[in-house]
Design a binder for this molecule. Sequence first.
Ligand SMILES: NC(=O)c1ccc[n+]([C@@H]2O[C@H](COP(=O)([O-])OP(=O)(O)OC[C@H]3O[C@@H](n4cnc5c(N)ncnc54)[C@H](O)[C@@H]3O)[C@@H](O)[C@H]2O)c1
Ligand SMILES: O=C(O)[C@@H](O)[C@@H](O)[C@H](O)[C@@H](O)CO
Length: 319
Amino acid sequence: MKQAADIRHVVLAGSGVMGASFAQIFAAHGYSVTLYDIAKEALDKAASLIAINQKAMVDQGALTQEESRDLVQQIRYTTEKAVFTRADFVLEAIVEKMAVKHSFWPEVSELVGEDVVLATNTSGLSISQIAQAVKHPERFAGMHWVNPPHLIPLVEVIAGEKSSTDCLETIRSLALRLEQHPVMVHKDPPGFVLNRLQYALLREACHIVEEGYASLEDVDSVMKYGLGMRYACLGPFETVDFGGIDVFYNVGSYLFGQLCNDTCVPRIIQENFEAGRLGVKSGAGFHDYSGDKAAKAIAKRDAEFLKLSQCLFGKREDV
Ligand SMILES: NC(=O)c1ccc[n+]([C@@H]2O[C@H](COP(=O)([O-])OP(=O)(O)OC[C@H]3O[C@@H](n4cnc5c(N)ncnc54)[C@H](O)[C@@H]3O)[C@@H](O)[C@H]2O)c1
Ligand SMILES: O=C(O)[C@@H](O)[C@@H](O)[C@H](O)[C@@H](O)CO
């Protein structure tokens, strides 16, 4: 099975929000990169998203104009599946539907070399279940990044029931070569670790707004100026240690039973979804992204993430 040191040409399947970002990360670290998608227009959209991201990085001084130009020139785009025959590693970031992933993997895992490690960026679908469609499933695992991956370094390396230790080590080692922070997830429950934590919090955030306890904007502020700031430096267990386990025990004794325990998608998310308000990608979501607001919002987010990343983790020489 290929090790991280053997990987040169990476094929990224799915040129959407995540694929476009992955292309920049791998290219910035010297890999030959091909973005594959079924839709030519998706590839074109990825190229313009990459341009926005790269302009933000140059404006922030993270890259020179020349470095950015060289990086962008390393990224190729194709709708041809033959590209998989030349892959040393495949990272899939196609649409989050099990049926689509099950239709994608049989052909691709047949096209690639038998020693090529294969990874999926699924947000929370069962790795073991996706692996049922993969030839040689021992070389398949989860490699779950956080959006935007060119700025947020966490990567979950998730073991499916058949993932071999060599496969997991190749993915972990590759994440380190890409200056990411891999964490090993030993089983593949829905949502793994990051999304179980993120969605537990999102459920409560929606509940707070739906019950009228606080506005959507102020709930966002509670995270940005309170919990988010603290969690940028301390994890939940470190936080409890600093606050006092006795204090958290006493608060928990009356609060845990009061938290939202709904099992359906929160109403305010469902309403936006059904109205086609998908967020930045559609020009509107919980906030307005019409006109040039989307590009401005991405640039503002990237600038803030970059400053925070440089402050917390030191200057990143490249993305
Ligand atoms: N967006 C996020 O915040 C985020 C973060 C982490 C993980 N993920 C996961 O990454 C994956 C992609 O998410 P995204 O936000 O980039 O989605 P997206 O909708 O932006 O992009 C998906 C891309 O896949 C392409 N595609 C669909 N079916 C395909 C197929 N059969 N073959 C090749 N390409 C195909 C689409 O044309 C589209 O360009 C999902 O599994 C998602 O859960 C998303
Ligand atoms: O938040 C992220 O970037 C990831 O955890 C994603 O996996 C996200 O949570 C998904 O729900 C898609 O946005």
